[in-house]
Design a protein around this ligand. Sequence first.
Ligand SMILES: CC(C)(COP(=O)(O)OP(=O)(O)OC[C@H]1O[C@@H](n2cnc3c(N)ncnc32)[C@H](O)[C@@H]1OP(=O)(O)O)[C@@H](O)C(=O)NCCC(=O)NCCS
Length: 139
Amino acid sequence: MAREVIECALDDVEGTDYVLLVADSAKAATGAAKGEPIGFAVFGPTPCAEGTWDLYWIAVDPEVANRGAGSKILAAVESACVRRGARLLKVETASKSSYDATRAFYDRRRYTVAARIADFYAPGDDLVMYVKRWSRETR
Ligand SMILES: CC(C)(COP(=O)(O)OP(=O)(O)OC[C@H]1O[C@@H](n2cnc3c(N)ncnc32)[C@H](O)[C@@H]1OP(=O)(O)O)[C@@H](O)C(=O)NCCC(=O)NCCS
């Protein structure tokens, strides 16, 4: 799925509105070679909504996790959304324990749980929907 969304963003596929952001090792201090991609995000305006954006994917190379790259990518996504008039950014993740760190990552960056669908991904693995909102004053 990630590959499909990235290809849509790269190919500028008609009918899709994906923005791809890639972080390289020059921008986030890591052990990776300079210029090497170390993480990415794909996001875009939510179809049929006003000022609502979706963060479809954010991922960092596990080799360089917990060194600040994810925070920088997320901050860049937020800035890009706000610049384009976003008032709300939505991201969906899972409740299973392997996503504990991911949910903590959003909690720490002031995302709030707006909805939860029990057993969405699998029995016992809920969909957890986080949102971050910007008021007119904070945009
Ligand atoms: C979620 C994800 C993108 C976070 O990326 P990351 O690069 O590890 O994130 P950061 O390094 O910025 O932050 C992670 C923690 O490391 C800490 N950290 C940041 N810089 C640090 C440094 N220089 N030294 C030590 N710790 C540091 C941060 O404080 C943060 O902890 P906190 O959330 O309690 O504040 C990454 O773990 C990932 O790709 N996960 C798998 C894919 C995934 O789950 N994506 C989301 C799907 S919805």
